[in-house]
Design a protein around this ligand. Structure first.
Ligand SMILES: *[C@@H]1O[C@H](CO)[C@@H](O)[C@H](O)[C@H]1NC(C)=O
Ligand SMILES: *[C@@H]1O[C@H](CO)[C@@H](O)[C@H](O)[C@H]1NC(C)=O
Ligand SMILES: *[C@@H]1O[C@H](CO)[C@@H](O)[C@H](O)[C@H]1NC(C)=O
Ligand SMILES: *[C@@H]1O[C@H](CO)[C@@H](O)[C@H](O)[C@H]1NC(C)=O
Ligand SMILES: *[C@@H]1O[C@H](CO)[C@@H](O)[C@H](O)[C@H]1NC(C)=O
Length: 451
């Protein structure tokens, strides 16, 4: 028989067991199904989690942490030729293994992914060497995802401004290769090794699809180079993304090259103008200087290799300048000529007077004969008339001869001007054609050798 006390105990035990069983029946689920339990298991809720996020998560300190870094290019926002920087919009995904944060999914109702605050985790200190962005341009995702094997995935978006040595020789047909170099600041290669998950070809094709804004640039290729610099024990692992972008040149062709060519052509054609060419040419020169100003805004002020386009602009400017000088010379010669002509026209007026006097004397002389031979018949009168006509003709001839002589003297400068004009025109045309052909050849040749 059980004592009342024992019975009591037994009763309570039964109640407790029943209550436990009832609870089990209500939940109908094992207690390990919530994320909280997982975090408990991972010790992320305890005090020691702080310490965990401070050090490289390896069980043995000599174990290397492999960090895989993928970069996608979302947009090329700006390329500054003056300061030699490229602003782009990139998306980065980092992944590494945290040896402490592992679990067996079957112990936790099959949880195989958990997002936890990035601030509670150790994050590799990867920096971009070329980065000159403002702080605050990074948008780190607040959460990272954790896989049962301990794989951590962290993402961030960034408006990245990187320095890039631009080669503008072929501007606007240029292609730039910009390096984006990732490397750890504090860990050497034995501790932290960088690599990529996906290859460059895959990242290029995805970037091309995702690219939202690329402005005047087009992504050509993204190749990845893994290297390490430094000596044996203190070498640092580096991951270099070599991003090749090419400029879309159409706008510059329409804006710069064609107008310049057209101005040069107009200048050549202005030789056909009879009259004041000078003001027309000056207008052309002014228009070219406006284009030069535009160009100056775009090109860097380096002196190493002058871009071909600068060469082109300067040559066009010089050609037009020289042709203005020539037009001035011709104008001057013509003005000298006009001056001479004025003087000679004064002279010819004098000579006219002479001739008239000549004629007068002739007539007077005729008058005298008339007086003497008043008695002569009408035939003589007619003879007299013929004589008069002869003197008149003689006078006219004399005048025309004089005029012809003077005319030769007057036209000398005008002729010289015409010769200069013709010779210059021919030389100019030859220079124009040779220059354009050379320029075209150089541009096309270099462009295709670059490809
Ligand atoms: C959590 O911490 C306890 C001791 O505090 C330890 O026994 C256990 O292995 C730790 N769990 C993990 C996943 O590190
Ligand atoms: C709950 O997790 C522990 C380890 O933390 C494990 O021993 C136990 O079997 C799990 N329970 C269930 C029902 O999965
Ligand atoms: C980019 O990196 C490669 C490999 O290190 C190097 O050869 C090249 O000169 C670099 N380019 C620039 C523009 O720094
Ligand atoms: C991209 O660059 C890599 C490495 O330089 C090269 O092998 C590949 O052919 C390039 N792809 C294109 C489309 O240019
Ligand atoms: C690298 O470290 C090892 C010991 O870990 C040492 O013996 C060796 O001299 C070091 N080499 C250099 C270049 O510092």
């Amino acid at each position: 028989m059980l004592s009342p006390r024992q019975t009591d105990m037994w009763r309570w035990t039964t109640v407790a067991v029943l209550a436990l069983m009832a609870q089990e029946g209500i939940d109908c689920q094992p207690s390990n199904c919530s994320y909280l339990h997982l975090l408990d298991h991972l010790n992320l809720t305890s005090e020691s989690s702080k310490a965990q996020s401070m050090t490289r998560p390896v069980k043995h300190w000599r174990t290397q942490t492999d960090v895989l870094l993928d970069m996608l290019l979302y947009g090329i926002l700006n390329m500054d030729g003056k300061s030699q920087t490229v602003t782009s919009h990139v998306w980065l995904r980092l992944s590494w293994t945290n040896e402490f944060l592992t679990w067996n999914p079957s112990d936790f109702c099959g949880i195989d992914l958990v997002a936890i605050p990035t601030s509670d985790l150790w994050i590799p200190d990867i920096a971009i060497l070329e980065d000159v962005s403002d702080s605050g341009s990074v948008q780190r995702s607040p959460l990272s995802t954790l896989h049962p094997s301990g794989l951590v995935l962290a993402e961030k978006r960034q408006r990245l401004t990187t320095t890039c040595r631009l080669d503008l020789y072929m501007f606007p047909f240029d292609k730039q290769i910009c390096n984006i170099t990732f490397s750890s600041v504090n860990y050497n290669e034995h501790e932290l090794k960088l690599g990529t998950w996906r290859g460059g070809a895959f990242l290029t094709s995805v970037s091309e699809k995702l690219m939202i804004t690329e402005g005047e640039w087009q992504l050509v290729n993204m190749s990845i180079l893994v290297s390490s610099v430094g000596n044996d024990n203190s070498s640092v692992s580096k991951l270099i993304y070599m991003v090749t972008i090419s400029r879309k040149p159409l706008l510059y062709i329409i804006n710069l090259i064609v107008p310049l060519l057209f101005f040069l052509l107009l200048d050549v054609a202005s030789f056909l103008i009879r009259g004041d060419r000078l003001s027309f040419k000056l207008t052309i020169l002014l228009s070219i200087s406006v284009l030069l100003l535009i160009l100056q805004d775009m090109l860097p002020s380096t002196e190493e290799t002058l871009p071909l386009i600068a060469n082109y602009c300067v040559t066009v400017f010089t050609l037009v300048g020289i042709s203005i000088l020539e037009a001035m010379l011709v104008n001057f010669l013509l003005s000298v000529d006009v001056c001479c002509a004025k003087r000679t026209s004064a002279k010819s007026a004098e000579s006219q007077l002479e001739i008239q006097m000549d004629v007068k004397s002739h007539t007077e002389h005729g008058g005298a004969t008339k007086k003497v031979q008043t008695k002569l018949s009408r035939i003589q009168d007619e003879h007299q008339l013929l004589k008069l006509i002869l003197t008149e003709v003689k006078a006219t001839r004399k005048q025309t001869e004089r005029e012809a002589k003077e005319g030769k003297k007057v036209g000398r400068f005008a002729k010289l001007a015409a010769i200069i004009d013709t010779v210059y025109f021919i030389l100019y045309l030859i220079a124009f054609v040779v220059y354009i052909v050379c320029m075209y050849y150089e541009w096309v040749n270099t462009y295709f050798s670059m490809k």
